[in-house]
Design a protein around this ligand. Structure first.
Ligand code: PRP
Ligand code: URA
Length: 210
């Protein structure tokens, strides 16, 4: 049932991920890089969108050409850090709707704590892409996807920028039907549940908090 995760090997993505990791990259550049990487990743995550043919008149002649066949998408960022990925995703698919799921990881237990959920009313007609830059233990992604599944979307994909092997395994086991797209698969988690080498706390780096 579960497909192999998509791990980006595009040089542009790898270059931008290296800049993200650098502790000297400030919030403005960090936000721009997250947006750019999300745009590039969205090309891959939307590769299977179905097409149909329409008639179009060029300046030269009448011809048949392809358009996306009415597929409806929704992006669902996991707050806070997932918000950094929304602009990049919407840039590529402007007609998509955006839902929000609020979760934070309890620093002691590392378990997700839910505080918000607002999804498009017509989610049952939509293919959903969940956005979160970090997949660490996997708890937040698993919980968010479970909440979305309760509303019966057509399909769900999960897109992150950095994943730990532990989170990848946990998410694949919990939701084997959800394809995972990530820009980099890192080595491991440390004792505090941070990804090594990672990029630190994504939310703090996007929003300049600490
Ligand atoms: C971060 C990140 C993920 C979560 C990943 O959010 O954006 O949502 O941790 O960790 P997990 O895979 O172990 O659940 P955080 O809880 O720090 O909240 P924030 O985005 O509000 O800073
Ligand atoms: N959340 C983050 O923002 N960074 C990590 O390394 C792990 C969880």
């Amino acid at each position: 049932m579960s497909e192999k995760p998509f791990i980006a090997d595009h040089p542009l993505i790898q270059h931008k991920v290296t800049l993200l990791r650098d502790k000297n990259t400030g919030s403005k550049e960090f936000r721009e890089l997250i947006q750019e990487i999300t745009e590039l990743m969205c090309y891959e995550a939307t590769r299977d969108l179905p097409l149909c043919e329409v008639e179009v008149e060029t300046p030269i002649t009448l011809t048949r050409s392809k358009v996306i066949s009415g597929r409806k998408l929704a992006f669902v960022p996991i707050l806070r850090a997932g918000m950094g990925m929304v602009d990049g995703a919407i840039e590529l698919v402007p007609a998509a709707k955006v839902g929000h799921i609020g979760l934070f990881r309890d620093p002691e237990t590392l378990k997700p704590v839910e505080y918000y959920c607002k999804l498009p009313g017509d989610i049952g007609e939509r293919d959903v892409i969940v956005l979160d830059p970090m997949l660490a233990t996997g708890g937040s992604a698993i919980d968010a996807i479970s909440q979305i599944k309760e509303r019966g979307p057509k399909s769900i994909k999960f897109m992150c920028i950095i994943a730990a092997p532990e989170g990848m395994k946990a998410l694949t086991e919990a939701h084997p039907d959800v394809p995972i797209y990530c820009a980099a698969l890192d080595e491991r988690l440390d004792d505090h549940g941070y990804i090594v080498p990672g990029l630190g706390d994504a939310g703090d780096r996007i929003f300049g908090t600490r």
